[in-house]
Every structure is written in structure tokens, then in C-alpha cells.
Ligand binder design. Structure first.
Ligand code: HEC
Length: 102
């Protein structure tokens, strides 16, 4: 009984300290990622000819920060901006969650 309880607390702790930094929905992110594929590739490995970098393997918080800064214009990315201009912060979180699964 005692070991079962410790196992439960370990699992609870693991979910609190999971790799994701925010509430998100990777399934929604997958749907949103459809327009990104033409430049970043279906596997998010980037496409050299498009000068679109690899996104897979990147931290979710970093992806979120870049998307936010590109949308606000802090980071200039005129090719990509039209594709994300109408997306919300929650969309960016969902996208980041999906991309980190690739
Ligand atoms: C028309 C091509 C194009 C489309 C479509 C596009 N991107 Fe990009 N993206 C780029 C390019 C080019 C860069 C690199 C710009 C630079 O050199 O700063 C980039 C950069 C990024 C970065 C920053 C990467 C880093 O390492 O700093 C993220 C994150 C990103 N894109 C996510 C997305 C997501 C998510 C979508 C879909 C909603 C998307 N992009 C759609 C072309 C595109």
C-alpha cells in the first residue's frame, strides 16, 4: 500500500513537471500546422530552399516566443507573417505543443 502511494505521488509530480510549459492542445496544433508544412516540412525539419529553419526538437517556450515576436513585428519575417497574423496566443501554444511532438 505504501509503495502504491509513493508511485502515485511520483506520477503526480511527473505530470506537474512535464516538459510542456503551458496549457495546450497538440491535436489543434496539428491542424494549424497544415499551412506551415510548405515551408518548414511535414516533419518540421525545415526546407533549405525556402530558408525555413528546422523547428522539431526545439523547446515549446522558444517556439512560442518566436511566433509572438514575429506576429508583433519585433522579429521581422515578412514571408511568414501573413500565415500567422490572424492566429491567437492560444493557437501559438497549440502549435508549439504539436511541433515538440515531431
Ligand atoms: C512562406 C514560408 C513560411 C511559412 C508558411 C511559415 N514559415 Fe515559419 N519561417 C519561415 C522562415 C523563412 C523563417 C526564418 C526567418 C528568419 O530567417 O528569421 C521562419 C521561422 C520560423 C520560426 C522561428 C524559428 C527559430 O528557430 O527561431 C518559427 C517558430 C516558425 N517559423 C514557425 C512557423 C509556424 C508555426 C508556421 C505555420 C503557422 C510557419 N512558421 C509558417 C517561413 C515560413
Amino acid at each position: 500500500m505504501k509503495s502504491a502511494l509513493s508511485l502515485i505521488s511520483v506520477l503526480l509530480l511527473a505530470s506537474v513537471f512535464s516538459s510542456s510549459s503551458f496549457a495546450q492542445d497538440a491535436a489543434k496544433g496539428k491542424a494549424l500546422f497544415a499551412v506551415c508544412i510548405q515551408c518548414h516540412g511535414a516533419d518540421a525539419n525545415g526546407i533549405v530552399e525556402k530558408k525555413a529553419p528546422r523547428l522539431s526538437g526545439q523547446h515549446d517556450w522558444y517556439l512560442l516566443k518566436q511566433l509572438t515576436e514575429i506576429k508583433s513585428g519585433v522579429r521581422k519575417n515578412p514571408e511568414m507573417l501573413p500565415y500567422i497574423a490572424k492566429l491567437t496566443e492560444q493557437d501559438f501554444k497549440d502549435l508549439a505543443a504539436y511541433i515538440t511532438t515531431l
